[in-house]
Design a protein around this ligand. Structure first.
Ligand SMILES: [Zn+2]
Length: 279
């Protein structure tokens, strides 16, 4: 069964509570919670978690996934202090995700070069590779204890860092248990870095357990996060690829912008409309 979900990243202009209300009003019953500022920018304390759960219940919404904080919060931090710091952050978010009954925590494997000192040093490839594996070794037991699967995302960076494409990510996660570490494909990130999202889905194969469905321009894509159907991606081909790999996770929209400066409410409604004619 195809179950759709909508990310609160589309409503980053308001509090998490109001974002959830707007998503429910647009007709979604599953949600991905972003950890950007204004949403879960800190792992919620016990009281906050309880009131968040009550709010979700009152809206008839269920959390499918939580997106871990982004920016410097990665597995492959090339400095050991940075890495250890972020393992603690990601560990706390695995616990929060479990407290929200989420099945997955989305994690960015490697840093955006803008956060890395001297970002083109050739030795960074080896450092990031080793750090990513060390962090997974640290976090796999936490994922298994909490019952929340880490989902590693393909990222839209133009650099020589490892683990940006599904080919490398699939080889990485093959060394770890599927219930603890798997993959999420972001369709717009794929096309922005010159990869066909349908091919990336097939490469992720049985280890694909999450989606970020967003459209980008066919020419000169810039990770646009348009409503699906508003950009240049081949959505029938994406749906076919998901079916071909027997994808059984959530079909999560990460739409943020309308091409005509539509409001976040309109973007969510347009996306909900798209989900009725696709796949
Ligand atoms: Zn994404």
């Amino acid at each position: 069964m195809t179950e759709f979900s909508y990310s609160t990243a589309g409503f980053i202009d308001r509090s998490l509570e109001l974002a959830l209300t707007a998503i429910a009003e647009a007709g979604f019953i599953r949600v991905e919670i972003s950890s950007q500022e204004a949403h879960l920018s800190r792992p919620p304390a016990a009281d906050d978690l309880a009131s968040l759960r009550r709010h979700l219940d009152s809206l008839g919404l269920r959390v499918g996934t939580v997106h871990a904080p982004m920016r410097e919060n990665v597995l492959g931090a090339p400095e050991e202090e940075w890495r250890r710091d972020k393992v603690a952050v990601l560990s706390a978010y695995l616990h929060s995700a479990a407290g929200l009954d989420a099945g997955g925590l989305i994690i960015h494997p490697v840093p955006n070069p803008i956060f890395v000192p001297d970002p083109e040093r050739p030795e960074l490839t080896g450092m990031i590779t080793a750090a990513t594996r060390r962090s997974l070794d640290d976090l796999v037991p936490v994922a298994q204890a909490t019952g929340v699967r880490m989902l590693l995302e393909n990222l839209p960076y133009h650099c020589a860092y490892p683990f940006l494409s599904m080919t490398e990510l699939r080889a990485l996660v093959d060394d770890y248990p599927e219930d603890a570490v798997s993959l999420i494909v972001d369709t717009g990130h794929a096309w922005t870095t010159g990869h066909d999202p349908a091919v990336e889905i097939r490469t992720a194969g049985t280890r694909l357990h999450g989606t970020h469905l967003q459209d980008v321009d066919a020419e000169d894509p810039q990770d646009n996060h348009w409503v699906p159907g508003e950009g240049g991606l081949d959505w029938p081909a994406i749906a076919n690829a998901l079916r071909d790999v027997d994808y059984d996770g959530l079909w999560t929209f990460e739409a943020i912008y309308g091409r005509q400066q539509e409001s976040p409410e309109q973007v969510a409604i347009m996306t909900q409309r798209f989900s009725r004619i696709w796949p």
